[in-house]
Design a protein around this ligand. Structure first.
Ligand SMILES: *Cc1c(COP(=O)(O)O)cnc(C)c1O
Length: 389
């Protein structure tokens, strides 16, 4: 579908390819391989002279539809889908870097991403330097002659720190490096990193793209040239998205825009309410004027998104008490679901960091993260009211 359509329309219709049966909803192709009409056609498919599916580790029509829809939303030339967000991050590094290369990453990134960079890629000779997500000069200082990739999440988890994507892309490009943005918290409905100069966009489709907590999935997007290496890794190593999960995510994307609008509206209302609570020391939400990067956030994002973090004055005890007092909210580390989730980062998602690392990252023991869902804001507030009072 051409880019002249609005993004909301592309979310519903881009990428759809109909089979000979002209089905209205996209078909799910549950097949591991594809048949060729002749030996010559088989040969042409394998050399790449003739486009088309070969084997489901490489491509599957349902997966391709999901990739094409997401590419249309991010404004990317190409999307490569993966079995999970972590597989997408691994593939980005494996596809674009080699032993001896250097990575500069934000200090405030997903916990498993830190483990991947430190404990796995570190063993294969890729070194990572961590810097502040909000201070571009630290990125500039961290650059070495062998720096290949910048990696950032904006807004970050759990503090919703906002990075200046344009500034980071300029520093990366001046250093001969690429900028990859994990766009999980915003999704293309709220933020399109490629517009601000990023080279690569990464998604955990497990979160808002599915949006209903059903399946795992991931994606890497960028230019055709950059995606070639990422696709080669997929094809060879096989962290492939299943047709079923691709179909679920394809359907999820059809409601992405209305969901993100509703998540954001609820989150803004909750953030304002939390700010007025005496037990709350501080609230982090990019939509609030009190957020340290509020102005930048409003330039890069169309809304503040669905994640709110706040610090309780009573520390860990107060945080656990609040979490345990809820009756409706789900106590789970997941996010991007229609159901509101509540997490204590210090003892769950960020528990593998040392307390010193947590302090540097600003993750205090009183910090609570809420991924605001689509229930009535009245009920969400009421569920928190008991514990906060
Ligand atoms: C969840 C998440 C990931 C990892 O995605 P999976 O699908 O769980 O592998 C990566 N980045 C961010 C920001 C996430 O929230």
């Amino acid at each position: 579908m051409s880019e002249q359509y609005d993004l909301d329309t592309l979310a519903v219709r881009a990428g759809t390819v109909r089979s000979q049966f002209n089905e209205h909803s996209e078909a799910m192709f549950l097949t591991s391989s594809f048949v060729f009409s002749s030996a010559a056609e088989a040969a042409a498919r394998f050399t790449g002279e003739q486009p088309g599916p070969i084997y489901a580790r490489f491509t599957n029509p349902t997966v391709s539809m999901m990739e094409d829809r997401l590419a249309a939303l991010e404004g990317a030339e190409r999307c490569v889908a993966f079995a999970s967000g972590m597989a997408a991050i691994l593939a980005t590094v494996m596809g674009l870097m080699k032993a001896g290369d250097h990575l500069v990453a934000s200090r405030s990134i997903f916990g498993s991403t830190v483990q991947l960079f430190n404990n796995i890629l570190g063993r294969f000779g890729i070194e990572t330097t961590y810097v502040s997500p909000t201070d571009p000069s630290e990125w500039h200082t961290a650059v070495k002659p062998n720096t290949k990739l910048f990696f950032v999440e904006s807004p970050s988890n759990p503090l919703t720190e906002v990075s200046d994507i344009r500034a980071l892309s300029e520093i990366a490009h001046a250093s001969g490096a690429w900028l990859a943005v994990d766009n999980c918290f915003c999704s293309p409905a709220l933020q399109k990193p490629l517009v601000f100069g990023a080279d690569i966009v990464i998604h955990s489709a497990t979160k808002y793209l599915d949006g209903q907590g059903r399946v795992l999935g991931g994606a890497v997007l960028g230019s055709k040239a950059l995606m070639e290496g990422v696709y080669t890794f997929l094809r060879t190593a096989g962290p492939t998205l299943s047709a079923f999960n691709a179909w679920v995510i394809l359907k999820g994307m059809e409601t992405l825009f209305i969901r993100m609008e509703a998540h954001s509206k609820n989150a803004m209302a909750l953030a304002l309410w939390l700010e007025s609570q005496p037990a709350v020391a501080r609230v982090w939400y990019p939509g609030l004027p009190s957020h340290p990067q509020h102005e930048l956030a409003m330039k890069q994002q169309s809304t503040g998104g669905g994640i709110v973090a706040f610090e309780l004055k009573g520390g860990k005890d107060a945080a656990w008490k609040l979490i345990d007092s809820t009756k409706m909210l789900s106590i789970t580390a997941n996010l991007g679901d229609t159901k509101t989730t509540i997490t204590h980062p210090a003892t769950t998602t960020h528990s593998r960091m040392t307390s010193e690392q947590r302090t540097t990252a600003g993750i205090s023991d009183g910090l609570v993260r809420i991924a605001v869902g689509l229930e009535s804001i009245v009920d969400i507030k009421a569920d928190l009211q008991r514990g906060i009072a």
